[in-house]
Design a protein. Structure first.
Lengths: 218, 275
């Protein structure tokens, strides 16, 4: 009887302890969660999932042009990457959302491309890191700023010419390389390169005009 | 100089090789113009990701993702499959130069994956506290199991003793005399392991009055020792069992009708005996 009781009591304690662990991750920053994930702390990964899955899912959904199966595959690979990464996330290197979206885009392009022509591909985190100081004001709730940014980008896109819009679509959303695009457009690579430069500059000008958030250098 | 500045947009979209990237970063140190542009253009490139309709995530997705991560072998995640095809896809161009680094990483990963997998699994399942509690419970369980084994052994020993070694070593016929001439009976001397038990079965005993009892005496060289008392039932039957001390031997049995119980020497008349 005493044994049964002690077994029951310890199970209760274990349950209580785990519950405590799970609620503890809610108050952690993204950076702290990544550090915990590096130590293979599952509740931290689940918390990060809860925070970012909508963003990753929506982004992947657009990249796959609405293919739910591929979107699922991408989401799985993204969080698997987070689980196995040995990187320590450093907020000085950029916003976490940007980081996770860069990973998502690389994985998505890999998956989409693999289907198109089976290239053996390697994705590395090295290129997913931007050595960029984060200029965002942290006070703006993420959701609000995201919607605002979406509005900004859609307005800025209006100012792009037809070829410039096509370039962004092929390059950013479909993941073609500049030389592939040059072939498709039957233009020299140099032309496409300068078109890209022009396009980015136009977009930057409209972003900075409307939100003043993107600085022109220093 | 001009040539290097052309690479600015390629650098921003991550389409430079590792070598080219290193070169461009060197260039950044010396080129004021590129340095001025690089951060804001990078941020612009990243902002393209916000051009997305928000979707509702299926409820079931979380379980699928977690199952995928925690049930698949974690090394599968690193999608390293050597780049033979020198095609020109974006990601390939971006990362082909990193293959060497990755392969080293992958080798290490494979080596550690089994151990790490196990560690990670245990780490997930057991916090330090629950590990302690589990250990205590396991020890308790082992202890109980051990005690149980011993108890079983003891019971087996006792059962063997009880079942195999009981046997009758001697029987006596008892005949009535005097008052109880019609009475008769038998006595059996039993050995149970190391114990000796005397069982006496009597019948047709005259009934007793008041405090009167029949008392059994064991006789050895004229000495008498009491071996218990009994009162017969209304039909005159009675049975008495007494456990005898070790090393006690006797030649004859005598039974007397005693006026009071618990006498150390017979006071009443002899009513039954072996001779």
């Amino acid at each position: 009887m005493a044994v049964l009781f002690s077994v029951y009591y310890s199970l209760y304690l274990i349950k209580l302890f785990h519950k405590g662990e799970n609620s503890a991750v809610k108050s952690k920053t993204d950076e702290e969660l990544i550090a915990l994930i590096n130590q293979k702390h599952r509740p931290a990964l689940e918390e990060l999932y809860d925070r970012y899955v909508k963003l990753v899912y929506s982004f992947s959904f657009k990249l796959t042009k609405g293919d739910r199966e591929k979107t699922k595959e991408i989401v799985q690979q993204v969080f698997l990457r987070l689980w196995t990464t040995t990187r320590i996330y450093n907020p000085l290197q950029g916003k976490f959302a940007n980081w996770i979206l860069t990973i998502t885009r690389n994985i998505a392009i890999d998956i989409i491309r693999k289907e198109q022509k089976q290239p053996g591909m390697v994705q590395l985190e090295l290129n997913e890191w931007w050595q960029m100081e984060d200029q965002e004001t942290e006070d703006v709730p993420q959701q609000v700023s995201r919607n605002l940014l979406k509005q900004q980008i859609q307005e800025a896109k209006q100012h792009l010419s037809e070829p410039q819009q096509r370039l962004i679509n092929l390059l950013y959303w479909e993941g073609y390389s500049l030389s592939e695009i040059a072939k498709m457009e039957q233009k020299p690579l140099g032309t496409i390169k300068s078109r890209l430069h022009q396009t980015l500059k136009i977009l930057r000008n409209y972003f900075s005009k409307e939100i003043g958030g993107v600085p022109h250098g220093k | 100089m001009e040539n290097k500045c052309e690479n600015l947009s390629l650098y921003i979209i991550g389409e430079l090789s590792v070598d080219e990237m290193a070169q461009f970063e060197q260039h950044l140190i010396t080129c004021k113009h590129c340095r001025k542009e690089v951060n804001s253009l990078k941020e612009t490139w990243q902002m393209l990701s916000y051009d997305v309709e928000e979707m509702d995530v299926p409820e079931s997705l979380k379980a699928e993702v977690m199952d995928f991560i925690f049930q698949e072998n974690s090394t599968e995640s690193v999608q390293a499959k050597g780049t033979e095809n020198k095609g020109s896809s974006l990601a390939q161009a971006k990362t082909a130069e990193n293959v060497a680094t990755l392969q080293v990483q992958e080798g290490e990963l494979k080596k550690r994956s089994y151990l790490d997998g196990l560690k990670a699994f245990l780490g997930r399942q057991f916090s330090p506290l629950s590990t302690g509690i589990t250990a205590v419970l396991l020890l308790g369980l082992i202890g109980l199991f051990w005690i149980n084994l011993h108890l079983k052994e003891n019971i087996v020993v006792l059962e063997n003793k009880a079942s195999s070694q009981t046997q009758i070593v001697r029987t006596f016929d008892l005949k009535g005399v005097n008052l109880a001439a019609s009475a008769s009976g038998s006595a059996y001397l039993l050995e149970e392991g190391r114990d000796t038990v005397l069982v006496i079965d009597l019948s047709k005993l005259p009934s007793t009055k008041d405090e009167e009892v029949y008392q059994v005496w064991l006789l050895k060289n004229g000495n008498r020792q009491s071996a218990g008392t009994l009162k017969p039932d209304p039909n005159g039957n009675g049975i008495i069992t007494s456990r005898l001390p070790k090393d006690l031997s006797f030649d004859d049995i005598g039974i007397t009708l005693e006026p009071t119980p618990n006498n150390t020497q017979p006071q009443g008349q002899k009513v039954l005996g072996t001779s």
